[in-house]
Design a protein around this ligand. Sequence first.
Ligand code: SAM
Length: 245
Amino acid sequence: MWHASILTLFPEMFPGPLGLSLAGKALRDKIWRCDARDIRAHATDRHRSVDDTPCGGGAGMVMRPDVVDAAMDAALTEGVPRPALFLTPRGRLLDQALVRELSAGPGVVLLCGRFEGVDQRVIEARGLREVSIGDYVLSGGEVAALALLDACVRLLPGVMGAAESAEEESHGASALLEYPHYTRPVEWQGRSVPPVLLSGHHAEVARWRRAEAEKITRERRPDLWARHTGTETSARAIAGQTAAA
Ligand SMILES: C[S@@+](CC[C@H](N)C(=O)[O-])C[C@H]1O[C@@H](n2cnc3c(N)ncnc32)[C@H](O)[C@@H]1O
C-alpha cells in the first residue's frame, strides 16, 4: 500500500478533501494510506513549543530542528524507507515527472512548514528534497501537501478508470497540453460542438485533437512547445539513424 506520512502542526487537515471522490475511494480500498502526524507531539518543554525566534533577528518564527527531527524519526522508522520531502516555495517546482516518480515508489514523508519556515540544519541533516507547488507563498505546507498527494494518488494502479487517460491528458506522455472537450447538448447558447467530433471518423477526430493540443500549447506555454518540438526533432533524428543503419 502506498504510504503517505504528513508531518504537520494541523493533522486535522488530513485527509481533508482527499477523503472524497477518487482519492477517498482509493483510501477506503486500501490502495494508499494517509498518516498525519502532529509535530507538536515531539515538543519537549512544558509549553510544547515547536518554534523559536530567528537567529540574526527579523520577523516571524522558525520551526525548531530538534522537534522536527524527532517527528521525522518517528515517521521514517515506520514501514519501508520512503523519500522525505519538505514543501517550500524555494524548492524545485512540482511537475508531472516528479509526481510519476513519487507515485511509482513506496510512498512519501512530507514535512509541512509554518511560520517563516524550518531551521536549515534539519533540512540538511535529513537530506530533505525541497519541493514547491508554485511561485506564490501559502501560509503553510499543508495545502501544498494535499496538492502533491492528490496528483500522486490518482496515478496509483486501480485509482483511475481508463488506464490510458493519464497518458492522453496535459503533461502526459507528450509535452502537449490537452485538447478541448465537448459533450451534449450539441447546440448550447448559440455555440456548437465542432462538427468533426460528431463525424464518427476516428482518424479525423484524432487529427483534430492533435492540432488543437498543438495550437493551445504553442499559444499558452512556449516553454512546453519548445520541449515538444525538441522531443519531436530528436525522435525523428533517432528514427532516421535507425532507418539508415
Ligand atoms: C509563510 S510560508 C514561509 C515562506 C518563507 N518564509 C519563504 O519566503 O520562502 C510557511 C510554509 O508554507 C509552505 N509553503 C508556502 N508556500 C509554498 C509553496 N509555494 N509550495 C510549497 N510549500 C509552500 C512551506 O512549508 C513554508 O515553510
